[in-house]
Design a protein. Structure first.
Length: 602
């Protein structure tokens, strides 16, 4: 009777059904080995004595309580008075040390542009901003539960996490962030970050200045200089003293910031660069490329990199760079719980992988990952890789300086919508300048805050400006879309939910001048390409003046820009077998270029 009474009492009072396992000390829970990988089960005592915190809804009566829960969720504040959490605490200290290395230099760079550097843990605003949801759902994830299990039911039926839906209380009208909240009944929710203009805007001229500062500062300081580092330093000297290139038959000089340096750097890359590809990681998140669709770029790079015989080495001691071959698209597909609005388990999964790599190999620890890189095209990549991969070279389509993209270190990766994996070059080309009768064209879904503004100013307002919403589905619609791009002088590349858009590459394919309207977006291969030569970058605030801006461009300038776009095509296409200067090689070169100019000698 006493046991039954206790069970009934726990049922009525505890928010987590995990409470029952206090009565059954022999019951099992999931456990990790020292590398953070799932290995099996352990006694339930460890989870209760250490890492699992019971949370009552009454705790969430103010914003500070929510902050406390987010701290637990983001794996930085999981306590363990019994000593079982010492490994977790050590891992978190290591993580903090990784992201604060070179902090002073980073703050100095950003302070020149009036920005605030954030090297701390995940804040409440950051979590709720990055999740595109109206209610913040917090997953209570014990440290000794695998990230995969936080996204799925365990095969044997074990529950690995409990979720609390937190309805935020109204903030004081005078609070700094109250304008970012809206009230529905008795519930106050945050406005979606993707539906709000950025608070801070970095202009293209400011990006140029920041690029030059970081190129000169060389932030990467390994614990010791290896033979490969010395080769890199030698390459940098040769690139900086490159002989002047004149009348190159393969490269069109106006496309580049400095064609001589690019050519010399590319030659050295072909001759010297060696890459080690980690074999760890299970499919489909690792080693399984997707070659079709919106995020196909990361799949094409993975396929061509892993199958490459020129740059790949089997001995990691011979490598200048280390590639972590995961797919952010497959990470979402495999682990994300649909409509949960919570991506914590995705970030945890990659964090566990990173710690496993750092334990198994010494190469990560020598540089804190600064000579490692990944290539990711999914919009969520900045969130999923923050902190634990902070020092890596991040080649991402979502190249947003407000989400941690570091100009001069990270690589802006082109987002290419591949409609045919067998023939990615299908439909490439367009009408000559004399046959382009449309001044500007845009069509697309109303994602984010910017596109509705664009349509409000220009839809059905001017016959020269073909600005539409989403075209109807079907083959005819697709051909009509492509026809418009092939017959327009300028193609509007307006941001959606995120700063990047596949329209930039589509415009290049169809020989239409890309007009980028996306504040804080770093254009692809910004480190080597001169975007002024073949594109127009318009500030979001200047949308009302869009036609005036485009008409002010002289015909001679437009002709030279369209010629540059045609010459640019070879650098933005995928081939089943990589071709010199194509998109695969341009991506790898920018990663190499970052490695060369980030390394600091003794």
């Amino acid at each position: 009777m006493i046991a039954i009474s206790v069970l009934v009492l726990q049922t009525l009072t505890l928010p987590n059904r995990f409470g029952f396992i206090t009565l059954f000390p022999d019951s099992k829970t999931l456990s990790h080995d020292e590398s953070g990988l799932l290995i099996g089960y352990s006694s339930s005592k460890s989870i209760l004595a250490g890492n699992l915190h019971f949370l009552n809804k009454s705790k969430f009566n103010n914003a500070s309580a929510v902050l406390e829960v987010v701290g637990i969720t983001e794996l930085s504040d999981i306590g363990d008075k019994s000593g079982l959490g010492s490994e977790t605490q050590r891992m978190n200290r290591d993580l903090t040390n990784d992201v604060t290395i070179e902090k002073d230099q980073e703050q100095d760079d950003l302070s020149q542009l009036g920005k605030e550097n954030k090297d701390g843990g995940f804040s409440f605003e950051e979590v709720s901003d990055l999740d595109k949801n109206f209610f913040l759902e917090i997953d209570i994830v014990p440290e000794n539960v695998s990230a995969r299990e936080t996204g799925k039911k365990f095969e044997q039926g074990a529950t690995t996490m409990e979720r609390e839906t937190i309805k935020l209380p109204p903030k004081h009208p005078g609070s700094a962030s109250s304008k970012n909240l809206m009230t529905t009944g008795n519930t106050t929710v945050k406005t979606l970050r993707c539906n709000m203009p950025p608070k801070t805007v970095m202009t293209i001229s400011e990006m140029n200045r920041l690029l030059l500062r970081r190129r000169a500062s060389a932030l990467m300081r390994p614990q010791w200089l290896s033979a490969r580092d010395k080769e890199i330093l030698s390459a940098r000297t040769q690139i900086e003293n490159a002989p002047t290139t004149r009348n190159d038959g393969e490269l069109y000089s106006p496309l580049f910031r400095n064609v001589s340096m690019f050519k010399r750097s590319y030659e050295l890359m072909e001759r010297m660069l060696k890459v080690y590809v980690y074999r760890e990681g299970e499919k489909p998140i690792f080693h399984q490329p997707i070659l079709k669709g919106l995020y196909a770029s990361e799949g094409w790079f993975m396929k061509l990199m892993e199958g490459n015989k020129k740059f790949i080495v089997k001995d990691p001691r011979k490598a200048h760079l280390f590639y972590m071959p995961f797919s952010t698209r497959m990470l979402e597909h495999s682990l994300y719980v649909r409509n949960s609005h919570n991506r914590t388990n995705l970030a945890v999964y990659l964090r566990n992988y990173t710690h496993m790599i750092s334990r198994k190999y010494s190469f990560w620890n020598r540089t804190s990952g600064a000579d490692h890189f990944f290539v990711a095209c999914h919009d969520w990549a900045p969130y999923e890789t923050r902190h634990h991969m902070e020092r890596c070279i991040k080649s991402m389509c979502n190249a947003d300086v407000t989400q941690g993209f570091k100009i001069g270190k990270d690589v802006s990766f082109p987002e290419t919508y591949v409609r045919s994996a067998r023939n990615p070059l299908r439909d490439i080309g367009g009408e000559p300048a004399s046959n382009r009768t449309i001044l500007a064209f845009f069509a697309g879904s109303m994602h984010g805050y910017l596109r509705p503004i664009l349509l409000s100013h220009w839809k059905n307002k001017d016959p020269d400006m073909k600005i539409f919403g989403r075209m109807p589905f079907g083959v005819a619609s697709k051909m009509n879309y492509i026809h418009h791009m092939k017959t327009s002088k300028y193609c509007i590349c307006a941001k959606g939910f995120e700063v990047n858009s596949p329209r930039v590459v589509e415009a290049i394919f169809y020989e239409c001048i890309p007009v980028i309207i996306s504040d804080n977006f770093v254009p692809p291969f910004y480190d080597v390409l001169n975007w002024d030569a073949f594109s127009v970058i318009v500030a979001e605030k200047d949308i009302p003046n869009l036609k005036v801006i485009l008409q002010s461009i002289p015909d001679e300038k437009y002709i030279s820009m369209q010629l540059a776009v045609k010459k640019l095509q070879q650098h933005f296409v995928w081939h089943s077998k990589p071709v010199k200067y194509d998109l695969f090689h341009m991506t790898l070169h920018s990663i190499w270029y970052s490695r060369v100019f980030m390394l600091k000698g003794r």
